[in-house]
Design a protein around this ligand. Structure first.
Ligand code: GLN
Length: 478
């Protein structure tokens, strides 16, 4: 096996190669480091690298293999971690100046789980500040570019995760999705991303954005890889009371099952006039393919879809305004302590300097929506409509096994195109945010291209039925 080809492999292929001693974990890690050193000057996916640590860990895996010990599927496999995950002993900032210098004394549960499996962390990757955005342009570290066209964004907020996998700088990435942050960048970069059911993966140790919608999930090169990672990170965690004790499926094994006879719904609201004709064509091709594979296609309706963006952008800022209160210049990271004359000034100066524009915008919107006199008109109303949106999904899932839809209204947009128009940026989430409001899982699989730019299709499933959407996605990608 040629050295330079190692970064091409999927997790399973790399695992096999390691086991059969075709190459060492050190070689595998070094080949990824080499690609990062070559490509990341242009892409800007990594905000911090941990190469020495990675090489050290690789040596440990190699000595295990040499001794003939059994290794896990993720053992020795290099991974990138979105910067909003707490990583023990490694600076974690959510790409915000306010967390500059914050080194967590503990790992997020999902990070701990993959580390226990022997994962090798290459570093932290870029995100919109506190994951608020759809392009990584709100990051304190600058934008992550799209390898398919360096003038375009890699999407967001998990742009660093998606770009690192797409450019073969990491074999997979851990990321988060609150309104589309895994699925949209995965689609823009031509990789696979899974937004899990709310509660399927522990959120412990991941910086909260909107706690009732935040989810943790994988971005990988294939549906099979995503299934492997999900199996490693899913399940109940005593540190996150929103993770129920529901059995974790054998996702990898389930991928092989037939999808013939499955009923797939096509939500008509997602194919309204706003959809670009190219995306429509590609999605329709995917629908045809599912038909050819023996699925039964049925048009369905999610009538409250039109309210989803409005509802999302009231609930999310409301939760943000509460979650961001902890960044006060005292507890973590950046502080204007030296400059301030009293406690109040530590708060105001640290927050004024530490937060970027988008975070401030959302704190103000959320504080307004929650304030006495407006609470009923905005927050409460939005929560009521959220219930209607969830009920739409419950109802269609009585008659279909999964839904198929576009991921994004178009392919990756140009850097700078939307950043000064928040409303336009928010509309990026039109096909992804309803899924978070309902709490159901959804997979973004690369499907087709528009002028050399990748796009994805979205497979949406029932609560805790990741196995069905992974199975469908795996058939689509073949
Ligand atoms: N683009 C959406 C937002 O800005 C989604 C972000 C996310 O999923 N973290 O809220």
């Amino acid at each position: 096996m040629y050295f330079s080809m190692l970064t091409n492999l999927t997790i399973k292929q790399a695992h096999k190669g390691l086991k059969n001693k075709e190459f060492s974990a050190e070689e595998l890690v070094n080949s990824h480091i080499k690609v990062i050193q070559e490509k990341d000057k242009d892409i800007n996916a990594f905000v911090l690298t941990t190469f020495d640590l990675a090489r050290e860990q690789a040596k440990k895996v190699d000595s295990k293999i040499k001794k003939g010990e059994k290794i896990n599927l993720l053992e020795g496999i290099p991974v990138s971690i979105k910067d909003c995950f707490c990583t023990k002993g490694i600076e974690s900032t959510a790409s915000s100046n306010i967390l500059k210098g914050y080194v967590p004394p503990f790992d997020a549960t999902s990070v701990r789980k993959i580390k226990e499996q022997g994962a090798i962390i290459l570093g932290k990757v870029n995100t919109d500040e506190f994951t608020m955005g759809a392009s990584t342009e709100t990051s304190a570290f600058g934008v992550t570019k799209n390898s398919h066209d360096l003038k375009r964004v890699s999407g967001g907020s998990s742009g660093g995760s998606a770009a690192s996998v797409a450019s073969q700088m990491a074999m997979y990435s851990l990321a988060t999705d609150t309104g589309g942050s895994i699925r949209q960048p995965a689609a823009f970069c031509g990789v696979t991303g899974l937004k899990v059911t709310y509660g399927r993966v522990s959120r412990y140790g991941v910086m909260s954005m909107a706690s009732s919608l935040d989810t943790i999930g994988p971005i990988g090169k294939s549906v099979e890889d995503v299934a492997i990672i999900l199996e490693a990170i899913a399940g109940h965690d005593k540190n996150d009371s929103t993770t129920p004790k529901i059995k974790v499926d054998n996702y990898l094994k389930n991928l092989k099952e037939d999808i013939k006879g499955l009923k797939i719904g096509v939500p008509k609201e997602y194919f309204d006039s706003d959809l670009s004709p190219e995306i429509r064509k590609i999605t329709e091709k995917a629908i045809q393919k599912l038909k050819d594979l023996g699925c039964k296609i049925k048009e369905v309706s999610l009538p409250h879809t039109k309210y989803a963006i409005a509802v999302y952008y009231i609930i999310v800022p409301s939760e943000i305004s509460s979650n961001m209160a902890r960044y006060d210049g005292i507890k973590y990271g950046y502080s204007e302590r030296e400059e301030a004359k009293d406690l109040m000034e530590i708060y105001t100066k640290s927050r004024a300097k530490g937060f970027g524009d988008e975070v401030k915008r959302r704190i103000m919107l959320g504080t307004y929506a929650l304030s006495a006199g407006y609470y009923d008109a905005y927050y409460k109303k939005a929560m009521q409509v959220r219930t209607l949106i969830k009920q739409d999904f419950d109802k269609v899932f009585e008659s279909v096994d999964a839904l198929i839809a576009p991921v994004t209204p178009g392919p990756a947009f140009k850097i700078g195109e939307n950043i000064n128009d928040p409303l336009q940026m928010y509309l990026e989430d039109i096909f992804t945010a309803p899924v978070n409001l309902a709490g159901v899982p959804a997979l973004s699989v690369p499907y087709g291209k528009i002028d050399n730019l990748p796009v994805g299709v979205q497979i949406i499933g029932k609560h805790f039925d990741e196995k069905t959407i992974l199975k469908i996605g795996s058939n689509l990608e073949k």
